[in-house]
Design a protein around this ligand. Structure first.
Ligand SMILES: [Zn+2]
Ligand SMILES: [Zn+2]
Length: 343
């Protein structure tokens, strides 16, 4: 089977793998059609995250189930599925405290991951990471289900009131899609902020969001003007750059809320924490994906993705697996907002 393998930081190899992993109990085999490149995949690629301690490469995928092991409840052969956290064990401390996204059963869910044409996925009573894809949704668009889940979780954690002004720093897929979802949830003005000219240009072309270029010196002034100097009600920080947390605190209004969706690495050299007290800020983290299910047990994220299908398609750029190197380069530079590799 064809595989995009990360052999060392910065070294991707497109190769044929012959050792087909044995299907075990509580696992299903998925023939991958499409897999998106996540910021965390880029961190593995650049060596900012340790490849040897990760168990999989590629987690934003869609495909068809080709084999089902004993006890892999609910999933049938031939089913079209997309990755997305559905539920945890329900018994561990995390599950009992509303933090199913940290469930103890979560480890080793994917082997070797979605950048290989076939991957094993854990699925049982304790843990499920696969969502059935509706017939009306193509596999490419369905591959955005997992980041859409993360973005939806961010939007929920923003806890907005109708008409709230929201500012989203960092318009990668998580930032941009959470901004799009917040619009559908009743936010008033939703403003995006980014410093990549390449990315800003593309988002402006889609017409999905008003964007401020934070590489301009007067960006803070622009936001103050847009909010009558009050600041924004809710800030989403999704850049991954620790110093932007300070900017988020500057732009939030008194009593404002900041949702941190960034996978930070490193430190802030100059950080003024005073606004936390002075402005009574609420700062919350949002680590997706999380099980976002409706009372009937089906995924709320699938509904969202179906409703936003056309807009989501505007931010997806598809690459053949042979062009994986280009896809990773474009995902890094911002030339692709969401690069999706298809097999
Ligand atoms: Zn991801
Ligand atoms: Zn659990």
């Amino acid at each position: 089977m064809r595989s995009i393998t990360l052999t060392a930081p910065g070294h991707l190899e497109i190769k044929q793998i012959d050792d087909r992993k044995q299907l075990t109990d509580n696992t299903v085999r998925v023939k991958v059609t499409a897999c998106g490149i996540c910021g965390s995949d880029l961190a593995l690629y650049t060596g900012h995250r340790d490849l040897s301690s990760e168990h999989y490469f590629g987690h934003e995928f869609s495909g068809t189930v080709t084999e089902v092991g004993n006890g892999a409840n609910g999933i049938k052969e031939g089913m079209r599925v997309a990755s997305e956290l559905i539920h945890g064990c329900g018994r561990c401390w995390f599950c009992r405290n509303g933090l199913q996204n940290y469930c103890k059963s979560l480890n080793y869910a994917l082997l070797p991951g979605g950048f290989t044409e076939e991957t094993l996925v854990t699925n049982n009573d304790e843990y499920s990471f696969l969502s059935p894809i509706p017939d009306e949704l193509d596999d490419i668009t369905a591959s955005i289900m997992e980041p859409a889940n993360c973005a939806y979780y961010v939007a929920l954690k923003a806890n907005i009131k109708p008409g709230d002004t929201v500012l989203v720093f960092g318009l990668g897929a998580i930032g941009l899609v959470s901004a799009m979802i917040l619009k559908t949830m009743g936010a008033g003005k939703v403003i995006g902020a980014d410093r990549s000219k390449l990315r800003i240009e593309q988002i402006r072309q889609t017409g999905l969001l008003d964007v401020i270029d934070t590489s301009n010196d007067n960006w803070l002034q622009q936001i103050q003007e847009m909010t009558a100097k009050e600041g924004v009600d809710v800030v989403v920080e999704a850049t991954g750059a620790p110093q932007v947390l300070s900017d988020a605190m500057k732009t939030a209004r008194t009593g404002g809320r900041i949702v941190v969706a960034s996978v930070y690495s490193g430190f802030i050299s100059k950080f003024e924490p005073l606004p936390i007290m002075r402005k009574e800020l609420t700062i919350v983290g949002a680590k997706g994906p999380a099980p976002l299910v409706k009372t009937d047990g089906t995924s709320a994220v699938v509904d969202k993705v179906m409703k936003m299908k056309e807009d989501l398609q505007k931010i997806i750029k598809v690459y053949d697996y042979k062009d994986a190197l280009q896809a990773f380069a474009d995902a890094r530079s911002g030339a692709a907002i969401k690069a999706v590799i298809k097999f």
